[in-house]
Design a protein around this ligand. Structure first.
Ligand code: ADP
Ligand code: ADP
Length: 226
């Protein structure tokens, strides 16, 4: 599905240069569930942002579905991103002024889909994540666990083939965190590729493979038995 070759990301401000990713080589196959771990500041978010085409690498190749997108413009990256990738964040990142259903539907506006079909697909995905009874509520009226269900629905409603999750359980208690992990596990079993940053070893255990970062470099990769 994707391949990074000698990829680096360097942030330059007036006086400082930070090497956030240093010569990273990573390959992720379609259908994998991969956890990314490492101490604060080691480059996890930077890596996820580049995987998700929210940012360009400074050096190296990033091949996504056979295309080297490393030097693509923001507009070109956005076009690929919206068709293929769903995002889940620690802080949910729902739009406060829109209802649950509208938040989910937003992810379909970039696709060429008639309004009636959009409504059907939003209804189906709300059922799937168990949030249908809250369709007309605003995000602020939901618990954290419910908000993350909405975010999961938004991440898959467009049949995105990959979900990128940045500490998806970081703001949830352990019971709701486990629910979200089980939801991700179910989606992975249906074929969705998942790449997840987590600090939780228990949640990393849901992944088949863990990539450990330190100081912007891949230090170890652990495979779990199936
Ligand atoms: P993690 O997600 O593992 O905590 P990050 O990817 O956020 O790590 O950050 C990696 C390094 O890059 C850190 O030293 C961080 O301070 C730096 N960094 C991240 N984003 C920026 C940015 N936009 N500008 C400058 N430095 C940044
Ligand atoms: P987290 O640990 O949850 O990933 P961070 O503190 O690493 O959060 O980063 C939060 C945001 O701030 C990210 O979007 C990152 O790009 C940005 N950021 C992190 N470090 C810096 C920095 N030194 N300068 C500018 N932006 C940064």
């Amino acid at each position: 599905m994707l391949k990074m070759h000698n990829l680096s990301k360097i942030y330059r401000t007036d006086e400082v240069e930070t090497i956030a990713l240093n010569n990273v080589n990573i390959e992720i196959n379609s259908g994998e569930f991969v956890a990314i771990m490492g101490p604060s500041g080691c480059g996890k978010s930077t890596l996820l942002n580049i995987v998700g085409m929210l940012d360009n690498p400074s050096e190296g190749e990033y091949v996504f579905l056979g295309e080297d997108v490393a030097r693509y413009s923001e507009a070109k990256l956005a076009n690929i991103r919206k068709r293929h990738i769903g995002f889940i964040f620690q802080s949910f990142n729902l739009i406060d002024e829109l209802t649950v259903a509208e938040n989910i539907e937003l992810a379909l506006l970039y696709h060429d889909i008639a309004a009636s079909e959009r409504r059907d697909r939003v209804a189906a995905v709300m059922d799937k994540v168990g949030i249908a009874h809250r369709a007309k509520h605003m995000p602020s009226q939901l618990s954290g666990g419910q908000q993350q269900r909405v975010a999961v629905a938004r991440a898959v409603v467009g049949n995105q083939s990959m979900i990128l999750a940045d500490e998806p359980t970081g703001n949830l208690d352990s019971a709701h965190g486990q629910e979200v992990m089980e939801m991700l596990q179910g989606l992975n079993e249906e074929g969705t590729t998942i790449v997840m940053v987590t600090h939780s070893p228990a949640h990393a255990d849901y992944a088949r493979r863990t990539i450990n970062l330190f100081d912007g470099q891949v230090v170890t990769e652990n495979l779990r038995a199936a």
